[in-house]
Design a protein around this ligand. Sequence first.
Ligand SMILES: Nc1ncnc2c1ncn2[C@@H]1O[C@H](COP(=O)(O)OP(=O)(O)O)[C@@H](O)[C@H]1O
Ligand SMILES: [Mg+2]
Length: 242
Amino acid sequence: MPKNKLFNLKKIPPYNYIWVKENPISYITEGFQKFLANLEYVNVDQKYKVLQVTSSLTGEGKSTFFSNVAYLLSQKGHKVILVDLDLRKPKIHRIYDIENKNGITDILTERSTLENSIKKNKKLGFDVLNSGEKTNAVVNLLESKKMKNLIEKLKTIYDYVLIDSPPVINVSDALYISKLSDAIIFVIAQKQVKKAVIKEAVSLLKLNNINVLGVAMNKVDLKNNRYGYGYGYGYGYEYQSE
Ligand SMILES: Nc1ncnc2c1ncn2[C@@H]1O[C@H](COP(=O)(O)OP(=O)(O)O)[C@@H](O)[C@H]1O
Ligand SMILES: [Mg+2]
């Protein structure tokens, strides 16, 4: 899948500001649309239903990226849920501007039901499953049969289950989550992360036989964009295909 370059925002917006919704006609949104077109192209057989986003390090823009993707996919008529499996640094509830209550950890510990936990918002169009109450037993939960069943259930309801996950380096959560997902989108914050770190993350993924479907370059320096058009997406091919 071609690699997409995204954007670098001048002001840091809050999580409930979905760029592509507020700026439907912009180069950035165009970059996202290009990403979706590529996604639908490689996914013509609808093989990839559960998509996971990860990156090398924290703060590269995973949650922001997937909230924009979720919005655009739902605009295209797909039934989409954004699931927060970054149980250590959850952000997805902030997209909806809600407290992180009645979420995944609550479902798995039977304090809540799936029906009571799915949040809907007509303006955004996609549903959300927030992470829920913090837990120390992150790996146990990620590896549990209940978690697997929960994702299976979501697959029967939605066209796309988008899973936000932690970065690859330092914690192994993303690797466990990859067992629940069909494919991974790897976000790289350009200029924020050293090449050696990205290489380390990629080799960790390879070592675990993880299928990286596509790479999204985020926080792209528009001024010094080597493509010279002053906007945020480019071409090139992924470093690893299935
Ligand atoms: N393309 C971008 N340009 C500028 N800032 C961004 C961009 N994408 C994300 N951010 C900001 O970077 C910070 C980290 O983003 P976030 O999505 O939480 O990263 P992650 O989920 O990878 O930890 C947030 O403050 C977010 O608003
Ligand atoms: Mg995040």
